[in-house]
Ligand binder design. Structure first.
Ligand code: RP5
Length: 168
């Protein structure tokens, strides 16, 4: 299997969050790789990764980092692949990483999801891949339909909650 998505994280301390992205890609049968790379601790390896990703068949990069989170931005500067940034909550409630990732200068976007938004990063990556792969598009559509069912069930469950002044 050749990976088409790279999940990159600044440290294995980000893994408990990023497992949600991996689980969704697994569910949607999308081959991916997971690597630890740090813009500050391994800058040369980040450059090698970013420069070589497209040539290896990678289509989308998910980059997660906390604190002064430059990983996604540095990767985006070195590739034309779409980069999705996941701000990790590790200090200041994740606001520092969110702003570090989202506030990119013009011309070098990082598509930023919410703090610890690993699942949404994987959904977005899948939607990008779905544009050129009908089988993935079908699985993404099924996934989205399952979200509707979750709320249908929630409303059924809420029916059994009773209050004196609750009317439904
Ligand atoms: C960032 O610093 C990592 O992405 C992580 O969120 C944070 C802390 O890293 P560790 O000190 O836990 O390795 O580079």
């Amino acid at each position: 299997m050749k990976p088409v998505v790279s999940i990159i994280m600044g440290s294995t301390s980000d893994l408990p969050v990023m497992e949600k992205a991996a689980a969704l890609l697994d569910e949607l049968e999308i081959p991916f790789e997971m690597l630890a790379l740090s813009a500050h601790r391994t800058p040369r390896e980040v450059e090698d990764f970013a420069a070589g990703a497209a040539g290896r068949g990678i289509r989308v990069i998910i980059a997660a980092a906390g604190m002064a989170a430059h990983l996604g931005g540095v990767i985006a500067a070195l590739t034309t692949l779409p980069v999705i940034g996941v701000p990790i909550r590790s200090s200041f409630d994740g606001l520092d990483s969110l702003l570090s990732i989202v506030q990119m200068p013009p011309g070098i976007p990082v598509a930023t999801v919410g703090v610890n938004g690993a699942l949404n990063a994987a959904v977005l990556a899948s939607q990008i891949l779905a544009l050129s792969d009908e089988r993935i598009a079908g699985r993404v559509a099924e996934y989205k339909a399952s979200l509707t069912q979750k709320i249908v069930k929630a409303n059924a469950d809420l029916k059994s909650v009773s209050y004196k002044y609750k009317t439904n």
